[in-house]
Design a protein around this ligand. Structure first.
Ligand SMILES: Cc1ncc(COP(=O)(O)O)c(C=O)c1O
Length: 390
């Protein structure tokens, strides 16, 4: 057991550092120890001291769960082995015959999970443009039980009005889920905007260092929390203690990382908007971005993901991806190092040919923490390659 100060009413950064953790009363260790035990001594038959068996709960996971739930403003938090494991637990709340509405450019893995794992077992779904406030009405069916929001979307960074969609969906009795991976609770808190459940790939900004795969579900709803807790234990897609420790370590610096990464992204957007090789830049900071006003309202900043299309189409997009030296050509996002990728052939290859297919002229950047001038120099020389090749 640790000596945990009550920080629940204190600021975001304070909770990021202290919520769920505290100096160990035995050793004085100031970080939550990584607790590897799989089973825990009981004081008598059926009288555990708090933990029984590590899949059901352990000190490392409990510490992370309390911390991230606090950052999302939720009473309950559940850590999973990956973002998709967290999403799977949420989708298992539904029954065969139920209908779920998803954004039409949701993360490819979410689409695959719904279309190839849950649909064959009887779940029905439609993908719609949730940026359009009337899309929900058109897609609604008597069997609609869940509305899935991802905002900003991946990879086009479109912005969905969480409060508007959540209000409409709640009034019809559906569960509202928000994938908050791209924004993080530092930029956007969906539970405050009306969502029932927040899901995360903690692999991204929350872990923040490209060294841990994880997922999370947060909620304020006691009944949903009970159902997710049951699934977490019954299905068992739980993270190990070291993974929990790494995600929680990432959370401690989330605010400062996000602040700087968002600032670096603005400088990148500025460069892209002025370069001859670029056809269009997708970032909510741009005043001509259709979601700019909503982003201003529901987010603290505009995020550090930036997508852009190339005048030279797919060959130019691939040339840029292969010409950067600091931006590493790799999937994933949200960590300290800047990444570049070609969504149509990489992260979104699984949705090629579907209604969620991504333009082959598109490049996606995850802007990291390197010196911003170095990032700009690197991008400029890569874009110049694309112009020269035309
Ligand atoms: C928005 C979003 N949600 C969920 C996931 C899935 O997370 P994981 O890879 O941790 O399973 C990803 C992964 O890229 C993602 O980008």
């Amino acid at each position: 057991m640790t000596d945990r100060p009550d920080v629940s009413s204190l600021g975001f950064e304070t909770r990021a550092v202290h919520a769920g953790s505290g100096a160990d009363p035995v050793t004085g260790a100031v970080t939550t120890p990584i607790s590897l035990a799989t089973t825990f001594k009981q004081d008598g038959v059926g009288r555990p001291r708090g933990y029984e068996y590590a899949r059901s709960g352990n000190p490392s996971r409990a510490s992370l769960e309390a911390n991230l739930a606090s950052l999302e403003g939720g009473a309950h938090g559940f850590a999973f082995a990956s973002g998709l494991a967290a999403e799977d637990a949420v989708l298992r709340l539904l029954a065969p015959g139920d209908h779920v509405i998803l954004p039409n450019d949701t993360y490819g893995g979410t689409y695959r999970l719904v279309a190839r794992v849950h649909q064959p077992k009887g779940l029905d779904f439609d993908t719609v443009d949730l940026v359009d406030p009337h899309a929900l009405d058109r897609a609604w069916r008597p069997a609609t039980r869940m509305v899935w929001i991802e905002t900003p979307t991946n990879p086009y960074l479109r912005v969905i009005d969480v409060r508007a969609v959540a209000t409409a969906a709640r009034s019809r009795g559906a569960i509202v889920v928000v994938d908050n991976t791209f924004a993080t609770p530092w930029l956007q808190r969906p539970l405050e905007l009306g969502a029932h459940l927040v899901v995360h790939s903690t692999t991204k900004y929350l872990g923040g260092h490209s060294d841990v795969v994880g997922g999370f579900v947060a909620t304020d709803d006691d009944q949903l929390a009970e159902a997710v807790a049951f699934l977490q234990n019954a299905v068992g897609a739980v993270p190990g203690p070291l993974d929990c420790y790494l995600v929680q370590r990432g959370l401690k610096t989330l605010a400062v990382r996000m602040e700087r990464q968002c600032a670096n992204a603005l400088a990148v957007v500025d460069l892209l908007c002025g370069h001859a090789a670029v056809a269009q830049v997708f970032h909510p900071s741009l005043v001509n971005h259709p979601g700019h006003a909503v982003a201003r309202r529901q987010m603290r900043g505009f995020g550090a993901m930036v997508s852009f299309s190339l005048r030279g189409g797919e060959p130019a997009a691939i040339a840029v991806c292969e010409a950067t030296r600091l931006f590493t050509l790799a999937e994933s996002l949200g960590a300290v190092e800047s990444l570049i990728e070609h969504p149509a052939r990489m992260t979104h290859a699984s949705v090629a040919g579907s209604s969620n297919a991504v333009g082959t002229d598109l490049v996606r950047l995850s802007v990291g923490l390197e010196t911003v001038a170095d990032l700009l120099d690197d991008l400029r020389q890569a874009l110049d390659v694309a112009v020269a090749d035309r």
